[in-house]
Design a protein around this ligand. Sequence first.
Ligand code: GDP
Length: 193
Amino acid sequence: MNRTFDLVKTAYTLAQMQPCQEPQVALAGRSNVGKSSLINCLAGRKALAKVSSTPGKTQSVNYFRIEPGGYTLVDLPGYGYARRSQEERTRWGKLIERYLTGNPGLKAVAVLLDVRVSPQQNDLELVGWLRHQGIPILPVLTKCDKVNQRDQAARQREWRDLLGGAATPLCFSSVTRQGRDALWDALDHCAAQ
Ligand code: GDP
């Protein structure tokens, strides 16, 4: 299916973030997890979202309108960048919390997890917080071209168990496009709930 994928808004401050009633699925993950690459791969474009060599640079919330489907994909700023100042981390926390708690149309959060990295404290905190709020989680393992099938499957099981068996992570690579169709189906499905 050909989808249009348009950047309709970028918010840099709390004041620029208005609650949105329309269906939305958010994308979250640690800095450098491959979120910009995944967005560009989904969109089939090279530079819709910036792929940065300096992780943790952008601290904005980007809204992409998806048609057909009539929903918005919301790109949240990456977390966990070690060299970020305390002030920036606090700002990140406020932006994310405002977004995640103030949006009646939020259907799910796709949590991006690097397949090569064991579960990190901040990933577990985000997942725990989402579960506590009752927000559905769509776990996605990124950079799956970098590991073999066995390691992929092991990481999938590890996350499935950590998520209480509620969801098995989808395996994705923006290099080989592995999982691209399955991810689109899962996003459409979440948005239609
Ligand atoms: P972001 O900070 O989460 O937006 O991550 P980026 O999309 O900027 O990617 C961070 C780095 O990982 C870049 O050097 C990308 O080229 C690389 N990368 C992202 N996705 C993949 C992938 O699926 N496979 C491989 N091998 N590298 C990836």
